[in-house]
Design a binder for this molecule. Structure first.
Ligand code: C5P
Length: 221
């Protein structure tokens, strides 16, 4: 496998439910990029932990990540508040982060040939996983706006949870993700800040696309 320098690489970090995933999917489609939602990997591990009565062996996680498929990450069972909380707990563990690092690096640097590049979103993408990405964004929104959006998503999935519970859970995850010792969520100096609180999906996408198109013309940077 060969690492190509002309890949369009985009790194996004954001707190939960800020709209990063929605934007990343739109950008991936627009520029034909491989998209990896890295939060889903931590959710997958959180889910394994819950399924194993809160016990998790590193060797077991290693084996699972070695054979992980994109379809495992699209499992609707991962879209659950308990799993999300568990994800942010396992994500504090340095050994767990090291286990999932290679998979993320492979997606970021060696996307299949049919793609023009890669786009990853998460908490440590701009600061650790894709330090040299051609574009870096920090996407955020107010806690209330994020809680409202997540609450609506849960309702659509028939999840039994109140708005207050969603708000509390996001606040707790923000705290864990921003204050942990290893790979905390932060806006790097070279990331462009996008606040989606008052933006529609479409206008947010337009804004991001304008930034990319300014540098990326006819498939070249
Ligand atoms: O993005 P999502 O809300 O699905 O992420 C679930 C959890 O996984 C986050 O709250 C965070 O603790 C963890 N995570 C992380 N690093 C990433 C992506 C997610 O620590 N790159």
């Amino acid at each position: 496998m060969r690492k190509e320098n002309n890949l369009l690489t985009i790194a996004i970090d954001s707190p939960a439910a800020a709209g990063a995933g929605t934007q990343a999917k739109l950008i991936a489609k627009e520029y034909n990029l491989l998209y990896l939602d890295t939060g889903k990997i931590y959710r997958f591990i959180g889910y394994l932990k819950l399924k194993n009565k809160n016990r998790l062996k590193y060797d077991f996680v290693k084996k699972k990540i070695k054979v992980i498929k994109f379809r495992d990450l699209n499992n609707v069972k991962l879209l659950n508040d308990k799993v999300a909380t568990q994800a942010s707990i396992v994500a504090k563990d340095r050994k767990i982060r090291n286990i999932v690092k290679n998979f993320q690096l492979k997606c970021a640097n060696y996307p299949p040939k049919k793609f023009n590049g890669s786009i990853l979103d998460g908490r440590d993408i701009t600061s650790v996983i894709m330090k040299n990405a051609k574009f870096k964004f920090y996407i955020t929104a107010s806690l209330e706006v994020r809680a409202k959006r997540r609450y609506i998503e849960f309702k659509k999935l028939n999840r039994k949870i109140t708005y207050r519970e969603v708000l509390k859970s996001l606040k707790n995850r923000d705290y864990l993700d921003k204050n942990r010792k290893i790979s905390p969520l932060k806006k790097t100096k070279d990331s462009i800040l996008i606040n989606t609180s008052k933006l529609s999906k479409k206008s947010c996408f337009k804004k991001i696309k304008a930034i990319i198109d300014k540098k990326y013309i006819n498939g070249n940077l």
